[in-house]
Write a protein that binds this ligand. Structure first.
Ligand code: ZN
Ligand code: ZN
Length: 745
């Protein structure tokens, strides 16, 4: 067991922005329910489980009531047992009962299958059914298993369209477990919400009404998320009763090198210093970086700081390791042979690497839930140390100055919109393929599905309802991670592998010729963008520059759905169409962001419909800012800083959000700022901004007030995705405007 003093002398200096100790907490326990099946009780006893945490008992009791349940407690709080108990209890008691477990990745499904196997409850027959399952095994699994683990993609394309093969399983389906539910947000979540509705409908057709059991990282809107995913209410279990060891939390800000420009020392360098320092003290440490390149650099820098003997005990940990390689690293960590591991976020999703002393996150990983998951690896038994090393990004720097916004507030919400027609239509077609859709299906598919049916091509109305009149199975045409079937394939030319999809409206700015494209933390260079074949050919890339597209954007207001008087002005939420034309790109140095080259591009404009929040400042709010270009620069800077902080309120990436500011908009006839969903149709991000406008603006005022730069920097008003390449930005003007708005509230 380590003592506090071990790292105390490392955490000194101006870089330490905040230090706090989260106290240890005793477990609150509850007895195992009397009603548990003997075989389950025995299996638990073999694992040394003789009592439950209170929240596990609460989840079990709620599930026994027959309704849906969502458990949203901390990392390593035993959420798995919370949903396993009612499921295994039922399977052990009723040999006909069936359960379906959904995991967002194959690796997580494998981990769960392994631990179910180890638990070894008599009567429970678990099997994985995914894209890797050999065809000859599939039929056997459908007949034999009573607990099937799969992923949403397989359910969508492989199971639901072939429900005739699953008739017996669906008829007896009692539970659907959705683990890591917070991952189902945004575009992916909006699709999965429709997949789950289709599952509910087919189960109903076969005479079953399964209960949904969700487990999620800590979010503020668990009940809302469960409802959005299924269309049904769920009991929320959120009172975490698991024990917690004492934990030191440190927020670490690389030193400011140039206050005027807001330039800071490298986060990678700081992280390697901390990693080397901790490992050098014999503390087992994991360090999370956002890209493989960063992880490798941190590893290399840390080794350089250590003697050969200690350096040998550091290792990088990559996605793509085989289970054996993973076990080997885990074993070496547990035995203390390995001291330091550097990883990308690939490790983040639940995979267990044992109990470590320290966790370092380099750059805010995008959500508080992810950060907590990374930190959760530190000191599960003894006193642990968790560190966030800030990048120059605005949100990171905001947290350094406003630690309670990171450590105390719980505002993050997982949001989605299953009714976005761009998402929904494909699922209406898929549902009609699975069975004719009629009015009665509104109960499971949602009324919106019936409203969309007449608009979906290849559906025909018959006396039995809407039926599929096309040839192939429509589900295969609906990718779950895009709002548009009109997507470009991103192909690694060196291996032929498909790396991903880019919606047309994003392809031109992210995979244009010459773009540096990031995928799972690796860099690729786009060799060719084929507009006809809708394909981008990329190759692995090791250069030290990145690219930023220059584009011209216009918005047109299609319909204001809500208009309210907020913060002294007229705030609107509604539908807009966005037209973008990518006209050039810049190559920028990774080291300092300096521009190396500007290259013109000849690409057609694209237009998409989406949802937006927009506002027209009142004349007195713009007093003194009316002249050009000050007016435009103030609005533009306000737009950027608002976009930087919206992910704090709606779990998303700033790349999921777009914006436009103009001194004169044709539709409003006045200076206007738009912040819109970057995905066609919208997935609820702008709507969340509308709902939480006051808090969002107040945060943004604090961001601008607190940034030490003189006239704007990457940590406040500059944006890595600005289509104007960060020209025309006035920090002071933006602060004046937003402060006046905030004071009006
Ligand atoms: Zn700044
Ligand atoms: Zn901009």
């Amino acid at each position: 067991m380590t003592s506090v003093a071990t790292w105390d002398d490392l955490l000194l200096g101006d870089e330490l922005a905040h230090l706090t100790i989260e106290p240890a907490r005793e477990a609150r326990t509850a007895p195992l329910p009397q009603s548990l099946q003997p075989s389950l009780r025995e299996a638990l006893a073999r694992r040394g489980i003789h009592e439950l945490y209170a929240h596990q008992a609460e989840a079990h009791a709620a599930a026994r009531e027959g309704g849906n349940v969502i458990v949203t407690t901390g990392t390593a709080s035993g959420k798995t047992l919370a949903f396993n108990l009612p499921v295994l209890d039922t399977l052990a008691a009723d040999r006909h009962a069936r359960a379906l477990y959904l995991y967002p990745t194959k690796a997580l499904a494998q981990d769960q299958a392994r631990s179910l196997g180890e638990l070894g409850v008599a009567g429970v027959r678990a099997a994985i059914y995914d894209g890797d399952t050999p065809t000859e095994r599939r039929r056997q699994i459908r007949g034999w298993a009573n607990l099937v683990l799969t992923n949403p993609d397989m359910l969508h394309i492989g199971v639901l369209p072939r429900h005739d093969l699953w008739g017996d399983f669906l008829h007896n389906l009692r539970f659907v477990v959705v683990d890591e539910a917070h991952v189902y947000r945004g575009v992916f979540g909006s699709h999965v919400a429709n997949v789950l509705r289709r599952l509910r409908r087919l189960a109903a057709i076969y005479g079953a009404e399964p209960q949904f059991l969700f487990a999620s990282a800590t979010i503020t809107n668990a009940g809302e998320l469960a409802h959005a995913l299924t269309g049904e209410d769920a009991a929320v279990v959120e009172d975490d009763a698991a024990p917690r060891a004492e934990r030191t939390v440190a927020l670490w800000n690389p030193p400011l090198l140039d206050a005027e420009l807001g330039l800071r020392a490298s986060a990678l360098g700081e992280a390697s210093r901390l990693l080397a320092g901790l490992a050098g003290r014999g503390l087992r440490t994991i360090c999370f970086a956002k890209s493989r390149k960063s992880a490798e650099l941190i590893h290399r820098f840390a080794i350089d700081r250590l003697d050969a003997e200690t350096a040998r005990r550091l290792a990088p940990y990559r996605a793509g390791y085989t289970p054996q390689q993973r076990r080997e690293i885990e074993r070496r960590l547990v035995e203390g042979d390995l001291l330091g591991v550097t990883s990308t976020d690939a490790l983040e999703l639940g995979i267990d690497i044992g109990d470590l002393d320290c966790a370092i996150s380099v750059g805010f990983p995008g959500t508080v839930a992810s950060l907590r998951q990374q930190w959760g690896r530190a000191g599960r038994r003894g006193h642990g140390l968790a560190i966030l090393v800030a990048s120059e990004d605005a949100l990171d720097q905001y947290f350094m100055r406003e630690p309670p916004a990171l450590l105390e507030r719980r505002v993050e919400a997982a949001i989605l919109d299953h009714a976005n027609p761009r998402v929904l239509d494909g699922h209406v077609a898929a549902a009609a393929f699975e069975a004719p859709v009629d009015e009665g299906d509104a109960a499971t598919l949602g009324p919106e599905a019936l409203e969309r049916a007449p608009h979906v091509p290849e559906l025909r109305h018959t006396p039995r309802g809407w039926v599929w009149a096309g040839k192939d199975a429509p589900a295969a045409r609906v990718p779950l991670r895009s709002t548009s079937p009109d997507a470009f394939l991103v192909v690694d030319a060196s291996s032929g592998d498909v790396l991903g999809l880019a919606e047309r409206e994003r392809a031109y700015s992210t995979v244009h010729e010459g773009a540096v494209y990031l995928h799972l933390g690796r860099q690729y260079l786009v060799r060719e963008l084929d507009l006809e074949a809708q394909r981008a050919l990329v190759e692995p890339f090791d250069g030290d520059w990145y690219t930023q597209a220059k584009k011209e954007t216009e918005t047109a207001i299609e319909e204001a759905l809500r208009v309210e008087r907020r913060l002294g002005l007229e705030l609107s939420f509604g539908r807009v169409s966005v037209t973008e034309q990518v006209v050039a790109y810049q190559k920028k140095a990774v080291a300092d962001g300096s521009t190396l080259d500007t290259v013109p591009l000849d690409l057609p404009p694209t237009t998409f419909d989406t949802e937006s929040v927009w506002f027209v400042p009142r004349p007195h709010q713009l007093e003194g800012l009316e002249t050009m270009p000050l007016l435009l620069s103030s609005l533009h800077a306000a737009e950027h800083s608002l976009i930087a902080l919206l992910p704090l309120w709606a779990m998303c990436d700033r790349w999921d959000i777009g914006g436009l500011s103009t001194n004169l908009h044709l539709d409003t006839g006045a200076p206007t700022v738009f912040v819109y969903d970057g995905h066609a149709g919208g997935v609820g991000i702008a709507e969340r901004g509308f709902a939480r406008f006051e808090g969002w603006v107040a945060d943004t005022v604090r961001l601008l007030e607190g940034c030490p730069c003189e006239r704007g920097c990457p940590s406040c008003v500059q944006s890595p995705k600005c289509g104007n390449l960060n020209e025309f930005l006035d920090k002071a003007g933006a602060l004046t405007l937003l402060t006046r708005m905030s004071n009006a509230g």
